[in-house]
Design a protein around this ligand. Structure first.
Ligand SMILES: [Zn+2]
Length: 283
């Protein structure tokens, strides 16, 4: 169905249920579940960092959660690995123009959930080429940002899921290297220049939530703000048909309706609409 033709998850069309799975099963209640005070929904005035391979992954997987975090006055910084400048079938599209389009769409989608463009950090890697980036340098970039913003909570794609073995390489690399950067940020001898040159002290990431997880142990109910999520995801117009094949800045009504219904279907649980994560440490 066209609504599910998000470009950066195009390879997951048939595997979309795997992202949000288990779709139709409620999570098994955990006897040591997270206390109310520690729940994402109750975080207030904290520092939050979100890492996303492309401009759209975080909205597709957790736009509702992002909005709840913003509502509670948490400072949310979004780190975007790539410029997503290759995913178009429009033969008149150029990489330069597509990068500009994707940036504008990301800013609009972020605004929809309440995140200003000043909170977006673009690392600027080429779409599809993240695995060819220098991993030592990339891990250092991430560790430096973690030391600078000192997050109480981090969100990132799940490196523990089997889908990372087969999915688009940017997702795989982003998932692994974000977690690797946790360790590099915790110990000052990994990149000593951060402390020596900039005074950035080590920072241990206390809590992480991984999206795109096949082993979720935590869910956020976004039923009441689902339309915010639809608005954020729909801002990524160029990730959907008919704009993939022939770019147009507007999403036709039929495509928006398919998006609304398709997204809902993929994220429903026990009659509610949810976003799921693997929490580390486990609840
Ligand atoms: Zn992606």
């Amino acid at each position: 169905m066209r609504a599910i033709q998000l470009l950066c998850i195009a390879l997951l069309v048939s595997a979309l249920p795997a992202i949000a799975q288990p779709i139709n099963e409620p999570l098994v209640p955990n006897p040591t579940a997270v206390s109310d005070a520690d729940r994402i929904e109750n975080l207030k005035e904290k520092s939050v960092m979100v890492f996303t391979p492309h401009p759209d992954d975080e909205h597709f997987s957790m736009a509702g959660t992002l909005h709840k975090l913003v509502q509670n006055k948490n400072k949310v910084i979004v780190v975007i690995y790539t410029n997503d400048n290759k995913g178009s079938k429009d033969l008149e599209m150029t990489r330069e123009r597509l990068a500009q389009i994707r940036r504008a769409e990301e800013e609009a989608a972020s605004a929809a959930v309440g995140i200003p463009k000043e909170n977006l950090i673009w690392l600027g890697y080429e779409d599809g080429d993240l695995e060819y980036a220098d991993p030592y340098r990339l891990r250092g970039e991430l560790a430096r940002l973690i030391k600078k913003y000192r997050p109480d909570v981090i969100f990132s794609p799940d490196p523990g899921s089997k889908w990372t073995q087969w999915h688009k390489s940017d997702h795989r690399i982003a998932a692994y290297i974000t977690q690797d950067a946790f360790r590099a940020a915790e110990w000052h001898l990994y990149y000593p220049q951060h402390l020596l040159d900039e005074g950035l002290k080590p920072h241990a990431v206390p809590l992480a939530y991984f999206y795109y997880s096949q082993e979720p142990n935590y869910e956020v109910d976004i039923t009441d703000i689902y339309e915010i999520k639809v608005k954020a995801v729909a801002a990524h117009v160029s990730q959907f048909e008919p704009s993939i094949s022939k770019y147009t800045p507007d999403m036709p009504d039929f495509a928006l309706n398919e998006l609304r219904e398709g997204l809902k279907k993929a994220t429903q649980s026990n009659g509610r609409i949810v976003e799921r994560f693997r929490r580390q440490p486990e609840p």
